[in-house]
Ligand binder design. Structure first.
Ligand code: UN1
Length: 498
């Protein structure tokens, strides 16, 4: 049955009147824990304490806030293996990737902690004497963080690390597929010593908890990672309140393979990009656009490698790919396989649910590769599973045109040894991230992360120096120490010396 969790509000686990739901292991079906589908009252209670705590948290010196983040990073480091197992058990990514998820928490908390000693503003000259002008960042207030299941610790860390160092308190609503990871995450923050009310977590549905957070008048910014339709809804609701909103939505990320590419390097990258985390990353490589001269060779090698992948128990170190995260995910992927077949795409390998033995207990799918034409649904729509669409291009310009023909723009990549193509691709690919000779996944926390087009507004850039933008606003301060009324734009004549 597993442990019965409540909601985490004001530094304590509290009971909720909401109905309970189970979180399960997608590899075995085992129930891991239960959580409440929280009520509107629960959300209001969480926002209330987040608002109260904000008053002292915003005044806590930023370096001190950073020390708490560093302490949290230390605890995550100590518990890395145990927490990685929680990630793998609840979400299904292989253990190496579960460890990566926790490492990303450590990396970002350490990075964000340092921001507490920077958080630079500007000093700017005044047009008047004895007057000083400067800018400072201020926290927006209590914020809402709505996170997905695919990086069940890393994404809460990106969002909360930035919010906390900025001086915001938060209410986190994790995906209902991975509440246990979120609970363990929040427990570490609590252990690190964040004051009660700074860190809050409420589980439950999007319509009650998600909307409840976004619509609450005291929530002053929302950061959401998930699907485009929900993202659009969050954006609309946030617009009504005129609050900041960060959105990281879908992707249909392409690797471009030019005719001079190192094919072995390319195939290694495509395998990792397309089938890592069973393709369930916003950044996953879901299209491979190959120069026609090397198309046959690439496809042959790719199919061979895909058929060699070991799909199974994600806790077994020898496994290459675990299950997909849920029955819904499994259905969606299999539906896309049917769509591909229906539209006449050529199934090169995979396409089936794995059956027999331990596979029967979980959502295990074959790594799947389709040869697809550019206008087909498999070439355009995000699948979020282990399905790669391979397309052929005549030349560089054609490859770019195909790459940019989708509505998303998160990550992208080009494999080439020709500087001309590499540097042009940096400018030509419509995406927030471009890799050269590396796959579309694997972003590092000290750089901005975000997209363009329907991936989300281009001012959403998580991680990196840009992370603070989501949770702070600029205050401009004018200090006049002349002791008399000075009029900008008007006192223009006599201003030499001062
Ligand atoms: C996501 O899938 O939403 O770049 C995040 C990567 C990871 C983060 C992915 N570091 O693939």
């Amino acid at each position: 049955m597993g442990e019965e969790y409540g909601i985490f509000v004001g530094g304590k686990w509290r009971k909720s009147e909401g109905k309970r739901f189970e979180t399960t292991n997608p590899a075995t079906g085992e129930v891991l824990a239960t959580f409440p589908a929280a009520t509107k009252d629960d959300v209001n209670a969480a926002v209330k304490v987040a608002k109260e705590a904000f008053e002292s948290w915003r005044k806590t010196p930023a370096p001190r806030r950073g020390e708490l983040l560093l302490e949290a990073a230390r605890i995550f480091r100590r518990k890395k293996e145990e927490l990685a197992r929680v990630v793998t058990t609840e979400m299904g990514k292989i253990l190496a990737e579960g460890r990566g998820d926790v490492q990303e928490v450590i990396d970002f908390f350490e990075y964000a902690a340092g921001e507490g000693r920077r958080m630079f503003g500007e000093t700017v000259p005044s047009e008047l004497p004895n007057k000083m002008c400067l800018t400072v960042r201020l926290p927006v207030g209590p914020v809402g963080l709505i996170t997905p299941w695919n990086f069940p610790m890393a994404i809460p860390a990106w969002k909360s690390g930035a919010a906390l160092i900025a001086g915001c308190t938060f209410v986190l609503k994790p995906s209902s597929l991975t509440p246990l990871c979120a609970a363990r995450f929040v427990e570490v923050l609590d252990e690190a010593g964040f004051p009660p009310g700074v860190v809050n977590m409420v589980t439950g549905s999007g319509s009650v908890v998600g909307d409840g957070i976004v619509d609450h008048p005291d929530i002053r910014a929302v950061s959401f990672t998930g699907g485009v339709d929900t993202g659009r809804h969050v954006y609309e609701s946030a617009a009504k309140k005129m609050i900041k909103v960060g959105l990281e939505l879908g992707g249909k990320n392409a690797i471009l393979a030019m005719d001079d590419a190192d094919v072995d390097l390319l195939i290694d990258g495509v395998m990792f990009g397309a089938f890592g985390t069973a393709g369930q990353r916003c950044t996953a490589t879901s299209r491979l656009i190959v120069h026609e001269k090397i198309y046959d060779q690439v496809v042959d090698e790719l199919v061979e490698r895909a058929e060699d992948l070991k799909v199974g128990d994600p806790l077994d170190e020898r496994t290459d790919m675990g299950p997909v995260a849920s029955l819904d995910q499994e259905r969606k992927v299999l539906e896309y396989v049917a769509i591909g077949r229906g539209e006449g795409d050529k199934l090169l390998t995979g396409g089936k649910k794995l059956r027999g033995g331990k596979h029967d207990k979980g959502f295990f799918l074959e790594p799947t590769v389709f040869a697809v034409e550019r206008k087909k649904r498999l070439a355009q729509e995000e699948i979020f599973g282990p399905v790669l669409s391979v397309l052929t291009a005549k030349d560089y310009a054609d490859a770019i045109a195909i790459a940019n023909s989708v509505k998303y723009g998160l990550s992208s990549s080009i494999y080439t040894n020709d500087l001309r193509w590499a540097f042009r691709a940096m400018q030509d690919l419509e995406a927030g991230i471009t890799y050269v000779n590396a796959p579309t996944i694997g972003a590092e926390v000290q750089l901005p992360f975000g997209g363009t087009k329907e991936t989300g507004p281009t001012d959403t850039r998580e991680a990196g120096t840009t992370a603070l933008e989501e949770f702070t606003y600029w205050k401009t301060v004018y200090v006049d120490y002349s002791g008399r009324l000075q009029k900008a734009q008007i006192d223009t004549a006599k201003l030499v010396g001062g």
